[in-house]
Design a binder for this molecule. Structure first.
Ligand SMILES: Cc1cc2nc3c(=O)[nH]c(=O)nc-3n(C[C@H](O)[C@H](O)[C@H](O)COP(=O)(O)O)c2cc1C
Length: 363
């Protein structure tokens, strides 16, 4: 079924406007009678944030923004799915066009601007799958016109914590003016205090949900020192490294490269992997990391794990490689373990982190 979907749909999807293609892909997932994914090899299992992941390959935020198809996505073989980003109130996002495919670079630029149906609609969908198997987390953000940005994150936690396995605080989308300033030390300190308090209050009536912080790959190393220090002080459960970049590293599609927005896909791999390793050496095992950015093969996923990721996520790779990519990565990871005589994937986490931080800065 997955091979059939890739064979029939992808040539079509790649010829049409990217946002229409995305809507069609979501519809196909709603309608396709996908069988349950085959059970994963136990060697791929990963423990993180108190959860047991059947495999470490997750779907990154932004694909299923309104939680329309989390269970279909799990049936594609993902070990976990992060839905959202969601904002407390519904908002339309930026005017179209706002999504650009850079085929020659295997990359995407997006400036969607956190288009969201709002926390209430998303919570209702997630509540309807209460008790269903599979790890589904939620990515939360602020409304563009928010008067109290921290209150927006708190409102999302209050609406959604009961219905998800984990919460990701997104302070790194480049398309909501001012959002990334939440990564500044004093602001972040206050934000984390209040979101953790909201999470703990939600834990009085539902299980305590792991709270993760998702950062931009564009932070300076000085900023990263502060962010990781604050994250450790607040005992957050994990970090996601990272979001799209506002940089434009060596792109072939010079015309589209001028579009404003965040870049994802293959050209993001080197920078995001470096920032992952830099975070790993600073976190010193205080919490696990999710590595995201430019994963489009088993080798890329394994490189993220060796650079410090306990789990990985991808989005743009699906656009260029199709949904068969998930199974291909899992198969390759098992091969890497066998060839390297590594008993469990967790043994490989962070193995190359120090070496990666010693390399010249990716340019
Ligand atoms: C169209 C699009 C929408 C996205 N929306 C969100 C979002 O709402 N929240 C978020 O934290 N990240 C969002 N992201 C970032 C992805 O989750 C991911 O961090 C980034 O794309 C790098 O991974 P990739 O190279 O595998 O795509 C979005 C990415 C794309 C391409």
């Amino acid at each position: 079924m997955i091979a059939l979907f890739d064979h029939l749909a992808r040539p079509l999807l790649r010829r049409i406007d990217p946002e229409t293609a995305h809507a069609l892909a979501l519809n196909a997932l709603k309608l396709a009678p996908l069988p349950r994914a085959a059970p994963d090899d136990e060697k791929l299992q990963m423990q993180a944030f108190g959860l047991t992941f059947p495999n470490p390959v997750g779907l990154a935020a932004g694909f299923d923004k309104h939680a329309e198809v989390p269970d279909a996505l799990l049936r594609l073989g993902f070990g976990f799915v992060e839905v959202g980003g969601v904002t407390p109130k519904p908002q339309p996002g930026n005017p179209k066009p706002r999504l650009f495919r850079l085929d020659a670079d295997q990359a995407v630029i997006n400036r969607l601007g956190l288009n969201s149906e709002g926390a209430e609609a998303v919570a209702a969908r997630l509540a309807a799958r209460t008790g269903a198997a599979g790890i589904v987390g939620i990515n939360i953000g602020q409304n563009k016109d928010s008067a109290d940005r921290t209150a927006d994150y708190v409102a999302c936690i209050e609406a959604l914590a009961a219905h998800v396995s984990f919460l990701t605080v997104n302070v790194s989308s480049p398309n909501t003016p001012g959002l990334r300033t939440l990564q500044q030390a004093a602001v972040l300190d206050d934000l984390l205090a209040r979101v953790i308090d909201a999470r703990d209050r939600a834990a009085e009536t539902a299980p305590r949900r792991p709270l993760l912080l998702k950062i931009a790959p564009d932070l300076t190393l000085g900023d990263l020192d502060d962010v990781v220090g604050i994250a450790r002080r607040h005992r957050i459960d994990g970090m996601v490294i990272g979001n799209t970049t506002i940089g434009r590293p060596n792109l072939r599609e010079a015309g589209k490269a001028k579009e404003a927005g965040g870049l994802s896909g293959r050209p993001l791999f080197a920078l995001s992997t470096r920032m992952l390793a830099e975070t790993y050496v600073r976190a010193e095992g205080a919490f696990p990391l999710i590595g995201v950015g430019g994963i489009d093969s088993g080798a890329a996923a394994f490189a993220k794990i060796k650079a410090g990721a306990s789990l990985v996520q991808l989005y743009t790779g699906l656009i260029f490689r199709g949904v068969g990519l998930v199974g291909a990565i899992k198969k390759d990871l098992l091969d890497f373990l066998r060839i390297g005589r590594i008993d469990a994937l967790s043994d490989a986490v962070g193995r190359d982190a120090a070496a990666v931080t010693a390399e010249p800065w990716p340019g």
